[in-house]
Design a protein around this ligand. Structure first.
Ligand code: ZN
Length: 118
């Protein structure tokens, strides 16, 4: 029965392909906004929504992102967040650019209050 044995071989190949796909999908994913390692893409998306208030799925829908747009967005967020964290950790910008800058004198609490009251 050559036909049956061919069928079995095909099934084996399918199983292996599916297993490899599952394995790839369960690779740890680094969060877009912090150093957390998440167990899957799905867990990362949920983490971004819960911890960083950024819903990637909503972004894709709101901006009608295709695959290219999605790839660009992910890479853009990763590179800018990396630069941003580096910027926050450095002391390069502690010297005022403008002398007696009123924005610096209000501090974060007043700025947040002004923003929240509009
Ligand atoms: Zn995170």
């Amino acid at each position: 029965m050559p036909e049956l044995s061919d069928g079995d071989d095909d099934d084996d190949v399918d199983d292996e392909e599916q297993w490899q796909w599952m394995e790839e999908d369960s690779q740890p994913v680094t969060c877009l906004f912090c150093d957390r390692l998440l167990s899957s893409v799905n867990a990362t998306l949920q983490h971004c929504t819960a911890e960083h208030q950024v819903n990637i799925v909503d972004l894709i829908r709101n901006y009608n992102l295709d695959d290219y747009g999605y790839i660009k967005m992910i890479n853009f967020i990763r590179s800018t967040i990396h630069d941003y964290i580096h910027f926050l950790c450095s002391e390069d910008f502690l010297q005022p650019v403008l002398q007696d800058d009123p924005l610096l004198q209000t501090g974060t609490e007043s700025s947040l209050y002004i923003l929240s009251t509009g």
